[in-house]
Design a protein around this ligand. Sequence first.
Ligand code: 6R9
Length: 652
Amino acid sequence: MADSSSGQIDHVLIEERLFPPPAKFTEKAVVASKAQYEELYAAARDDRDGFWGKEAQEHLHWFEPFDTVCQWQSPNAKWFVNGKTNASYNCLDRNIDNGLGDRVAILWEGEPGDTRTLTYRELRTEVCKCAEGLRALGVNQGDVVSVYMPMTPELAITMLACARIGAVHSVIFAGFSAESIADRNNDASAKVMVTADGLYRRGKVLPLKETVDEALAKSPTVEKCLVLRRIGQDGVSMTEGRDVWWHDVVETQIGDLPAEPLDSEAPLFILYTSGSTGKPKGILHTTAGYNLWAKRTFQWVFDHQEDDVYWCTADCGWITGHSYVVYGPLSAGATCLMYEGAPNHPQEDRFWDLVEKYKVTTLYTAPTAIRAFIKWGDEHVEKHDLSSLRLLGSVGEGINPEAWMWYHEKIGGKNCPIVDTWWQTETGGIMMSPLPGITSTKPGSCTTPLPGVIPEIVDESGQPVEPNHGGMLCIAQPWPGMLRGIWGDEKRYAEQYWTMVPGKYLTGDNARCDDDGYYWIMGRIDDVINVSGHRLSTIEVESALVSHEAVCEAAVVGRPDDLKGQAIAAFVTIRDREPDEELKKELRLHVRKQIGALANPDDIRFTASLPKTRSGKIMRRLLRDIAAGHEATGDTSTLEDLSVLASLKDED
Ligand code: 6R9
């Protein structure tokens, strides 16, 4: 084992299973041979500007051509300089011009079961009406529009309407508190807010407008509030002079507003994400580079084919919803399913019911959801015909090999490639992922970088680590989809991402690269623990635990220990077993067998659920506090409910 002073991280869990792509898949694939990938990769690396210049010309519409492909002065990048384009045009008009006007763009299902279908032409009309409505409310190019809405078509319509007129959307996940909304409104100086009277969640109604009213009392910059009637309940309070109904202001418009030619670097959106300090950061993405990245990564990774029915289950409140519900698939002319509600309403089989009903071919979801499905039981899956599926995707966290295997077998029927996509809000789109027609996958690895992505793994002094050792993951070259800054905080942008390893983008994740050139994400930099001089990544210990049949989910953190430096504390949720000493012994033995004695958990605590951020990531920081504060007590069989803590301590 490497000694910890080298700054490298030991890798302990060996995963040797290898899954080649099905031959039938490769035949028709967008990237159909290794040689083709290697050619693309080499071209993007060796002639960055030549490569992306050609890509941008071919795959975006230009009102005016750009004159320079990339202007890079670390940490500031400009792409497609002086060009004029429009993301809404690229998502709608360009497809209609190419004869796809009657193709279905959005297949939508509400939680109560109501449905809507919008073709590309119909979607454009709706987007234009919304854009006209926003203009009527005084929204101009460069103004920020906050969006706090359920997953209805109007959410995507509002985003595209902003893009059409050059307004900057700031989507706030419709689960955040009034306080969080106000913080974001104030940070961005939002001028207009778009919301709905309420949303359906597990059969109940959440009164969104009430929350917004509370937020607006503390948001002095917001002048107008546009309200969609989704629930239709009486008694929604509308403030005279500020609040207007969607059906009065949007539906009454003509719906033919041409897309505004916008500078390539015109801000497209801000999306707030939590940082290492308390204050959320407004990650800024601009028009052309982001649009191109979302589109091309969508086509490559999801192998987009004309007759696909593609479903990304993410909410538009997250980056995954921005890039892979809206901008990527719509730019590519895809038919997208959009679902409003919870995966377990009315029953735990809702997702599989939707896959069967809409004959979904491509499903993109998160490990946290997959682990929930495993916990709910296979019978919910087995009731449904999932044979339409041909490709599965995962995003948001590392997928534990055992969850990967379940996804592969139970959902994919053993013949769908799985794309484990690694990326971040900041990267704009997927950075590392298998290409489903050519990459043999290893469960738990996001495999190889996409064209234009030059990863580097370095130790604390910025020196590259040897293969098979973990270190900090950086990206060595700018790419079109990269963030352009933190809204209103240039200093924090430079410090956080570009200073520790000068001139390189610091992702904040640890990773290792194996002998085959496959990357394994080892969690956030602060997830690393140091046990008796071995720096271990917590995800490997978690994966070992999850591979035990009684374990559904596991979260591993370090807690201070006089002897070892740090001791390993594991929080686990279980199924079909009693949470007793016997099981703890078994789990310890299991980890020893899978990894070795050095990863043997010192504490094992059973819990009814794990605290998670609203986007489904386990809150290890919170668990670290708990692990440090409460030593394992004599009474070890109690099941704690940590979800309560998660709701007390939100990510922002
Ligand atoms: C897209 C998204 C980014 C962080 C990222 C990493 C984790 C995302 C992952 C993954 C392992 C994957 N992450 N995908 N870790 N394997 N396939 O999730 O963006 O919400 O900004 O989170 O999520 O730690 O740094 P965001």
